[in-house]
Design a binder for this molecule. Structure first.
Ligand code: HEC
Ligand code: HEC
Length: 200
């Protein structure tokens, strides 16, 4: 009997550990009611400056929430929200919920944007966006904890992030990896890329 109880305890403990590591999408659904007001019930946002979270990779989402919380990424809206409301476990659960939704999709085409996205610009050593964000911007399965999904993200949000990364207003990217890319883009190229990538 003692052994039996012990086994049950070990099983329960392990189950809890698994939860803590992976996040609980069902709990995350109810914990994210407030977030859904801006990011949409399934993470498909209604406001063009609010990013889609649907199908975004889970570790990336969790990292961004924690970055907002710690002040590594600053935004007039998200900083306060993340500090006021979310424990580490909430962040995991909410990230698990939104990432379990159907991947974001968009519509549109832009030739200049397409070109930079697929080919980059050799002359100025700008790697293609696809080389990090994956074909169609849907992330790279081998490295999916680092590179966010951007294909199908909302247009104005993409443009704002590229401008913020270029100016340094956003600087939570590891090794300035994305800032170095954004600093090579002109305003016109940012608009073209936002147009194209949001349509993927
Ligand atoms: C009042 C509207 C609003 C609410 C409510 C809100 N957000 Fe946001 N969220 C935003 C905006 C706007 C941005 C874009 C910030 C920027 O431009 O950098 C954002 C960005 C994010 C990002 C970054 C996404 C990415 O692709 O990098 C995450 C993750 C996020 N929010 C999670 C949450 C969570 C979790 C909640 C609920 C606890 C929440 N948000 C509630 C408006 C909101
Ligand atoms: C060398 C790799 C690399 C290349 C090339 C690259 N990116 Fe990124 N990008 C990243 C990483 C890593 C992040 C996540 C930074 C973080 O953790 O905050 C990112 C983040 C982003 C974001 C913010 C996503 C969000 O949800 O907030 C956008 C938008 C973006 N990249 C667009 C582009 C575009 C457009 C190009 C091509 C011009 C490009 N990237 C090329 C590595 C790269």
């Amino acid at each position: 009997m003692k052994y039996f109880v012990c086994t049950i305890l070990v099983l329960l403990f392990n189950a809890n550990l698994a939860n803590a590591e992976e996040g609980d999408a069902i709990a995350g659904k109810s914990k994210s009611k407030f977030c859904q007001g801006c990011h949409g019930e399934d993470g498909n946002s209604i406001n063009p400056l609010c990013p889609n979270l649907s199908g975004q990779n889970q570790n990336y989402l969790e990292k961004q929430i924690l970055d907002f919380q710690a002040g590594r990424r600053v935004d007039s809206i998200m900083t306060g929200i993340s500090q006021g409301l979310i424990s580490d476990q909430d962040a995991k659960d909410i990230a698990a919920y939104f990432s379990s939704r159907k991947p974001m999709v968009g519509f549109s085409g832009n030739k200049l944007g397409q070109n930079i996205f697929r080919e980059g610009k050799l002359g100025i050593k700008l790697p293609s966006c696809a080389s990090c964000h994956g074909e169609n911007g849907k992330g790279r399965s081998d490295e999916n904890t680092t590179f966010p999904i951007i294909g199908g993200q909302t247009r104005d949000y993409i443009a704002k992030q590229l401008r913020d990364l270029r100016s340094g207003d956003r600087h939570n990217d590891p090794e300035s990896i994305m800032g170095n890319v954004a600093r090579k883009l002109s305003d016109a190229e940012i608009e073209a890329l936002a147009d194209y990538v949001s349509g993927l």
